[in-house]
Design a protein around this ligand. Structure first.
Ligand code: TRP
Ligand code: CA
Ligand code: ZN
Length: 437
């Protein structure tokens, strides 16, 4: 029971007068027929990725035939990638470490913006072995990550999460660069990673389509992408822990990645599903013939697009874009301490059930909102209570957005906002009622 607060005000008479606007017909304002889809990643131009590989080859050719740790071709590769990222608006830093008596380098590129507490990082090792130019291992991953970073810049992407890209040194000597990076991250920084995506050998000349079996969300993101292409995938088994994702996994960061196979031989079952021959996935693995001729363009193209898809999808955050909106703005007066009244919206054109996150915007003008019981009534009559009666809540108005799990309800039909005033004296009216699917 309500106590001792002054009840009647002059203003209420005005409110009551405004509330005479009759019971509602539906004035549903349906927004776009198709809900806005999640922002799709662009197609990554294969020609651009291949140009980066040609440039890595030229760098090796000009530097004794390799891009290995401690050799001039490695630092030249770092400078090449860094210049492109700087020109595209990245904040870059070169991290130095020492290994085998020579200086090694990691390149880190941050895309400005996004939640610094949720970092999505994609990376690839940039070093080759000393016996060759390392175009599949790992010019391919390095070039795909680079082109994805440039695509982020071209798109002016504004992801929910913070995006970071990395190119690692001395992977071929035991994941040295990525270990150094992770070991030098303060614990608080490590905890900010939502995920690390690794790309090492993604253009093998006799390719398989392997997805790392690690973080389920990352894994599923890649699998869904290939499923959409109609390309079967398998779980990567040619040596878990043999690339830089292991450095991140070791400190508890969720990881995932792609791989098209190294020295292992493709089985006849794999030839059946992917084509190619029952020979090594990469017969030039760690050899001098790992040149620009050692690339399967289709594999490089698909995997580059998959890198971009994962970066776009995983950095977008979990917020699904809102679907169509239906609103009734006709005023409905609420009788004092009387029968329930309703405002209706007719939902049409929405396939299937309502979402588990149905947004219900309620705008009720009232001088003592505790009087009111507010329910959402689904087309089949199911009742979802939005707000209970409360004798003590003397505040004005109910202006709120409620999220209702309406996933068991068919979306189309007449949805009602039902309001009953259960205590005497204060009154008001439904101003508007809006559903966002
Ligand atoms: N750079 C890796 C290596 O030389 C290549 C590799 C082998 C790999 N097996 C892998 C990369 C599995 C990723 C996953 O060992
Ligand atoms: Ca493409
Ligand atoms: Zn490699």
């Amino acid at each position: 029971m309500k106590l001792s607060v002054p009840r009647r005000t002059a203003a209420l008479a005005a409110v009551a007068a405004m509330a005479l606007g009759g019971l509602a017909g539906t004035t549903a304002s349906a927004a776009p027929a198709t809900p806005a889809g999640a922002l799709a990643a662009p197609d990554i131009p294969l020609a651009n990725v291949k140009q980066h590989l040609a440039d890595f080859q030229s760098i090796a050719n000009a530097n004794g035939g390799n891009r290995a740790h401690g050799r001039p071709g490695y630092k030249a590769s770092i400078d090449f990638v860094k210049a492109k990222l700087d020109a595209a608006g990245y904040t870059t830093s070169v991290q130095q470490f020492s290994y085998n008596g020579t200086t090694g380098y990691n390149l880190i590129a941050d895309w400005p913006g996004g939640d610094p507490g949720q970092v999505i990082m994609a990376g690839a090792h940039l070093d080759s072995v000393s016996s060759g130019a390392g175009i599949n291992d790992n010019g391919s991953g390095s070039a795909a990550v680079l082109e994805t970073a440039l695509a982020v810049s071209r798109a002016g992407l504004k992801p929910t999460k913070h995006l970071r890209f990395g190119w690692w040194g001395a992977e071929e000597l035991g994941l040295v660069g990525s270990k150094y990076y992770v070991n030098n991250l303060p614990t608080t920084e490590r905890s900010k990673f939502s995920g690390y995506l690794n790309f090492d050998m993604i253009g093998s000349p006799n390719p398989g389509y392997f997805v790392y079996d690690d973080d389920p969300t990352i894994e599923q993101t890649f699998k869904s992408y290939f499923a959409g292409l109609g390309v079967p995938t398998e779980i990567e088994t040619e040596g878990d822990g043999r690339s830089d994702h292991a450095s991140f996994k070791n400190v508890g960061i969720p990881v995932g990645g792609l791989f098209t196979g190294a020295s292992r031989v493709k089985t006849s079952a794999q030839v059946q599903k992917w084509g190619g021959t029952t020979t090594a996935f990469d017969r030039c693995y760690h050899s001098s013939c790992d040149t620009t001729s050692n690339i399967n363009d289709t594999a490089l193209d698909r995997n580059s697009d998959a890198v971009a898809h994962a970066v776009w999808t995983l950095s977008a955050g979990s917020t699904t874009p809102p679907g169509p909106v239906f609103e009734n703005t006709a005023d409905v007066s609420i009788p004092d301490n009387g029968a329930a009244v309703t405002s209706t919206v007719d939902v049409t054109g929405v396939t299937g059930n309502a979402p588990s996150t149905l947004k219900v915007d309620v705008n009720i003008v009232h001088t003592w909102r505790g009087d009111l019981v507010v329910d959402l009534v689904a087309p089949d009559g199911s009742v979802y209570n939005l707000k209970p009666y409360s004798s003590s809540d003397s505040a004005d108005n109910v202006i709120a957005t409620y999220t209702v799990n309406a996933s068991s309800e068919v979306a189309n039909g007449a949805w009602k906002l039902r309001v009953q005033d259960r205590a005497a004296q204060d009154t008001g009216y439904i101003n508007s009622f809006k559903l966002t699917f």
